[in-house]
Design a protein around this ligand. Sequence first.
Ligand code: ZN
Length: 379
Amino acid sequence: MTVKKTLAELVAIDSVSARSNLMIADYLAERCEAIGLTVKRLHYTDANGVEKTNLIALAGAAFSDNTAVELALVGHTDTVPYDPNWTDALRLTEREGKLFGRGACDTKAFIAASLTAIESIAFDTLQRPVALIFTADEEIGLIGAKRLAEIRAIHSRYAIVGEPTSLRPMRAGKGYCLAEVTIKGREGHSAYPSLGSSAVFGAARLIAAVEKIATRLETEQHAAFDPAYTTLNVGLVHGGTAKNVIPGECRFTLEWRPIPGQDPKRLLNLLEEAIDVEKRGDSAFICEVDAARADEGFETSSRSSLVTLLEDLTGNVSGTVAFGTEAAQLAELGAEAVVLGPGNIRVAHRTGEFVPVAELDTCVNILRQAIERLCCGAR
Ligand SMILES: [Zn+2]
């Protein structure tokens, strides 16, 4: 079975996050069991009642209460949705050295490469165990990986988390946080402002304060990133009902990406301070903050053996990513984690996403050598 054929079979299985991933998990379990890996499925039901599973496959160890491995190769089985007009979304198509298909880049190419790499290892040479971890629901909030971290499903010393990085090892990533902020006012006829209290004016003052928080956070720098600080965005504002009604409610969505090492709640604390200032100026100011998400970033030392090994094997110096990955959950599971995979994040999630054939093939070699260097032979 070639890596290309494996990728074609993976792409053919529709695994958009909204669907169950049991089919693709069964396929992966079968492939793993066929070469003697021990497989465990960790089922759960998602928020919409759909059956999902995280799959762990072990080589060189058995499952126990404290399953521990030297190296984990981690890939998410789900993909973002695809445009129905992209008729070849589930049919891997090769053109000019590129393989097109939904998930071809993000992240089925890495999964195909990890399967192919493990299939090339003679298990009797393994001195330390290795795991393949295939997760669910990465694209909708790292939900599968969070469950694995929560139940302490496995301990791994090192982890390579598959995401399209054009085969550059990424040793740190920012976190991802969201909060919904609701300002309550009092409706009234706009001809008589004193009858009401404008939630939009209140929100506008608070948003101006949020902009100042953004400037303040720029002074807390992490040199490995570009931009080197926690960025924030007010991406949505909804308020008011009509041109001549004093708005009774205004909501805005605040998103921020904290640098690793910074508490994701740092911004929430600054926001609370700003709200207190508003309240002191206007006793009628009512504001609720619903912190919907607070995912921490991750950082693995540039001196980590995994980082230097992958720099060696890829010929690329390590970098950092500004998008969320499952590396943070692998770090929670004890791992020095690095994000690495074939394909470019800039074409991921697009109609016509693709992975270059050459990068796919190179990735197989990198992963095979990583397994050999970390798990086979004496240390
Ligand atoms: Zn991905």
